[in-house]
Design a protein around this ligand. Structure first.
Ligand code: COI
Length: 361
């Protein structure tokens, strides 16, 4: 029995309208009929009032702490419709654990892993008709937690709200699996040593937006950040990790040493690469080395990865004084074969030999 008490939506989206919305969902634009809510209070009350309620506006006081000081963390994971009719998620416990680590860094209370899992199962069960069936589509789940106390003094909030909303999605980039162009921001940084870079908090994404706008202005879909100390090494993209495939078949990616997000998709792909007997090196990757490697052919492929991005080939890297194509501009061979393998596991087409998928419905 779920601890999330259901308050059914009095007027859910009619089936025909829902079917039209599920035809070609644009990332992050459509939301299901329900959402999860729970509240935490300091002073012993802890987490309480676990509910599944109609999706709708929140009523917040203008002094709500998160609106002023960004004490907020979130997660992103997906539910997939399988050929056998079941609905499964992928490594949700890893997201639950990262959610707890992010909460600790932002002085927010930890949500027990069991409650995180229960909240996803409860929402997906009630809104299961919203899980799309088209190729490459899924139900994106967005758990988040924010400081909901009405107080503008600067300290950890004494009241916190947990919510989960769900959104049917297709590919994150409008070109689908077409290679994306990346703008390298050599002036702004996303995170520094000792900061919040490893936490999945809204502030990190807010810090990326000026650079993301510059990327668009230069005809690029995403921005790549460099380290904040020397501005010489790759860190991560605005909303995803980055991986470099060398011509010798080995794979290099920046280590998760505190300033970049510990991507669940990143670690899964690295495991799949290791399973193939290929070498994975988590090491600092210099921008100069990458550019030289792209020009000489020592670097064969570059891809972005994340829950939203899945595996997205990179076709071009541009910055203030360079503009370099990756390979011949077409999706790389290893990139595409990793995309096929990862999505094969996620959608139940390939054997899940690592036990990464869990049935929700
Ligand atoms: C995710 O991949 O889940 C993220 O949170 C990143 C964002 C681009 C949606």
């Amino acid at each position: 029995m779920s601890r999330f008490a259901i308050e059914p939506h009095p007027s859910p989206v009619p089936a025909e309208e829902r079917a039209a919305l599920l035809e070609a969902p644009v990332f992050g634009t459509v939301f299901t009929d329900h959402m999860v809510r729970a509240t935490w209070r300091a002073g012993g009350a802890g987490w309480h009032d676990h509910r599944l309620v109609p999706y709708g506006p929140l009523e917040l006081m203008p002094a709500t702490s998160a609106l002023h000081y960004a004490q907020e963390v979130f997660e992103g994971l997906k539910a997939y419709r399988w050929p056998d009719g079941s609905i499964r998620t992928f490594r949700a416990a890893a997201n639950a654990e990262r959610f707890a680590r992010s909460a600790r860094r932002l002085a927010l209370p930890e949500l027990p892993v069991a409650d995180f899992m229960d909240s996803l199962a409860a929402l997906v069960e009630v809104d299961q008709a919203w899980v799309p069936a088209g190729p490459g589509t899924s139900l994106y789940l967005r758990p988040f937690m924010f400081a909901s106390e009405s107080f503008v003094g600067v300290r950890a909030s004494h009241e916190v709200s947990y919510l989960v909303i769900a959104s049917p999605v297709g590919a994150y980039f409008k070109g689908g699996l077409a290679p994306v162009s990346i703008w390298v921001d050599q002036r702004h940084h996303r995170a520094g040593p000792g900061g919040t870079g490893a936490a999945k908090c809204g502030g990190n994404y807010a810090a990326s937006l000026v650079s993301q706008e510059q990327a668009y202005a230069h005809g690029c879909e995403q921005v790549l950040f460099l380290d904040a100390v020397a501005a010489t090494h790759l860190e991560e993209l605005g909303g995803m990790n980055v991986v470099v495939v060398m011509a010798d078949g080995s794979v290099a990616t920046p280590p998760t040493s505190g300033t970049i997000l510990e991507g669940v998709t990143r670690s899964s792909l690295l495991q799949l690469v290791r399973d193939r007997g290929l070498e994975v090196v988590e090491r600092p990757v210099e921008l100069a080395e990458l550019l030289a490697g792209l020009r000489s052919g020592a670097v064969a492929e570059v891809f972005a990865c994340g829950t939203a991005a899945v595996v997205t080939p990179v076709g071009r890297l541009a910055g203030e004084d360079f503009d370099v194509a990756v390979g011949d501009g077409r999706p790389g061979e290893l990139t595409m074969s990793l995309y096929d393998e990862l999505t094969g596991i996620q959608y139940g087409r390939l054997e899940d030999r690592h036990g990464w998928t869990q049935r929700l419905v």
